[in-house]
Design a protein around this ligand. Structure first.
Ligand SMILES: [Zn+2]
Length: 195
């Protein structure tokens, strides 16, 4: 039977009748699981599973393509989307945060393409190995030995960089914005790294 919506003229002959088919007959027709909850009911799909499904469905035409939505459906969609529309206040907050981000970047004298190249050179010199714990690869970060805020002139100097894994980097006293307000001398103290 072609796909589509069929309007039934008279009730089906087996309406309300149970036990018309034996279990074996249902199994023969592959209907023995009809009406039973699937074994994965209520379980969430893993990301991997979702990716697989999405791949399998590539190129498939959505079942509702070309079928116009009723006004009622549109209204429902509009309603359920309301919570995703940022309020005026949220918009203000967001743009303020973005402005701050840009300001901080300029303050740190960071040019993205140049700092990316600097990072690559630091990693390459250190053979992609954490200079504290010796971890090779993984989540590596390039640390400024003399912090950016203290020695902006050394921001792009490869000798002022060292490769650290993320967890070692976080343990340096200059990680993130911790360095602000600390004198340069303090950074030259040997770092104690607890792993
Ligand atoms: Zn490390």
């Amino acid at each position: 039977m072609p796909r589509g919506i069929y309007i039934r003229a008279k009730p089906p002959w087996n309406k309300g009748r149970t036990g018309v088919y034996s279990d074996e007959a249902l199994a023969r027709m592959g209907w023995n699981n009809i009406g039973r909850a699937p074994s994965n009911k209520g379980q969430k799909l893993s990301d991997e599973g979702r990716a697989k499904l999405s791949e399998a469905h590539q190129g498939q035409i959505a079942w509702n393509k070309g079928i116009p939505q009723t006004n009622e459906t549109k209204e429902k969609i509009r309603e359920s989307c309301q919570k995703y529309i940022p309020t005026e206040e949220a918009k203000k907050r967001q743009s303020y945060a973005q402005r701050e981000q840009g300001r901080a970047r300029r303050k740190d004298f960071i040019s993205i393409p140049v700092v990316t190249e600097w990072r690559r050179q630091v990693f390459e010199r250190d053979n992609w190995t954490c200079q504290f714990c010796g971890q090779r690869g993984g989540r590596l970060e390039a640390d400024h030995i003399q912090p950016k805020c203290q020695r902006p002139d050394l921001v792009y100097v490869v000798d002022n960089g060292r490769t650290l894994c993320r967890s070692c980097h976080q343990q340096t006293p200059t990680y993130g914005r911790k360095s602000i307000g600390i004198g340069v001398q303090e950074f030259q103290l040997p770092l104690e790294v607890v792993l």
